[in-house]
Design a protein around this ligand. Structure first.
Ligand code: NAD
Length: 327
């Protein structure tokens, strides 16, 4: 298959390209990425000379470039990771989130009309459901109730994706995963932020009382889920993707403090961000039953290996730390 991966220079997109080229020998991958502060071609150095991989610098909100890429490389499927992805930044600068996450996705969808593309996968998030109450697990049919500007733009995009399915018959799927952890994550997100700051001897800022509660999924397992949806997803369906590894933010930071042997005094509680959701819990029965997917990476082993990866790859994250602002 000739697959257009948008946002493939970011965290999950880069891991997905590695996954595709490692597992599907006949796939050809075109990576269209605008290279925002979060886009990093160093995530792809090991495959940059692979004849099955092509990088194109461009924005998903630019119909000229999207149409040219689809025609020139005979694209058959599109997987969209391109987005502004950091909730904190969406509170400071919501407009760029609207442009990439909503207008950009609408543009991508529109470029698919009258092409030979047979599948569009939108990579969305559990945050579109908003915070869950005790014992509540959101299913794909539940109402969207986003809190942050980030989540609102992702929810808007999901609705537009479904509109293109219903109105124009484009074969779409949406995945909504929980928080991912893994290699190549930009060091403004909780896990790489705490590791890099820990190693640099800087304070570890923990929002509120640190009791906010998230489900964690290894990025490798998310790539497996997205690949399963790409090849076998039922047209028009949404798939929740959970890890079933529920941890408070303070527990994640504790794990890092212990593994890096840091003084506990390095952890500093700071004011929570406005509108921070208390917890996200989703039900992923559908992808397990329909596509026979389940996570394979054990959390304790996975998180240990990921912390070690950042320790071993300081040369990868050090130049990015300078780009981390507004935290
Ligand atoms: N990281 C998570 O835990 C998580 C969880 C659920 C869903 N998601 C979703 O997965 C996707 C990828 O997340 P991530 O963490 O890898 O993000 P990221 O910020 O690491 O990467 C985003 C990539 O998209 C590119 N990009 C941004 N705007 C673009 C545009 N307009 N045109 C082309 N490229 C553009 C950036 O340059 C970057 O390479 C996002 O859509 C996000 O909403 C992420």
């Amino acid at each position: 298959m000739n697959i257009l991966v948008t946002g493939g220079a970011g965290f999950i997109g880069a891991n997905f390209i590695h996954y595709l080229l490692g597992h599907n020998i006949k796939d050809r991958v075109v990576n269209l990425d605008a290279l925002t502060y979060a886009g990093n071609l160093n995530n792809l150095t090991t495959i940059q000379n692979d004849s099955r991989y092509i990088f194109v610098h461009g924005n998903i909100a630019d119909p000229k470039i999207v149409k040219r890429v689809i025609a020139q490389y005979h694209i058959q499927a599109v997987v969209n990771f391109a987005a502004e992805s950091h909730v904190d930044r969406s509170i400071l600068h919501p407009q760029s989130f609207v442009t990439s996450n909503y207008v950009g996705v609408s543009c991508l969808l529109d470029c698919l009309r009258d092409t030979k593309v047979t599948k569009f996968v939108q990579v969305s998030t559990d945050e579109v459901y908003g915070s869950s109450k005790a014992d509540q697990k959101f299913r794909e049919t539940d109402a969207l109730n986003p809190t942050s500007p980030y989540a609102a733009t992702k929810a808007g995009a999901d609705l537009m994706v479904l509109a293109y399915y219903k109105t124009f018959g484009i074969n779409v799927n949406i995945t909504r995963s929980v928080n991912n952890y893994g290699q190549y994550q930009f060091p403004e997100k909780l896990i790489p932020l705490m590791i890099s700051r820990g190693i640099l001897g800087q304070p570890l800022p923990l929002y509120g009382d640190g009791n906010n509660y998230r489900d964690w999924l290894n990025v490798w397992d998310n790539c497996r889920a997205i690949d399963a949806v790409l090849r076998h997803g039922i047209p028009g369906e949404i798939y929740n993707v959970a890890g079933q590894n529920y941890h408070r933010n303070r527990d994640i930071v504790d794990l890092i403090v212990k593994q890096l042997d840091l003084p506990r005094s390095q952890v500093q509680f700071v004011q929570d961000r406005p509108g921070d959701d208390q917890q996200y819990v989703i039900d992923d029965t559908k992808i397990r039953q329909q596509l026979n997917w389940h996570p394979e990476v054990d959390f304790t082993t996975g998180i240990h290996q990921v912390i070690e990866w950042y320790v071993q790859n300081e040369r990868w994250w050090r130049p990015l730390v300078a780009r981390v602002k507004n935290r």
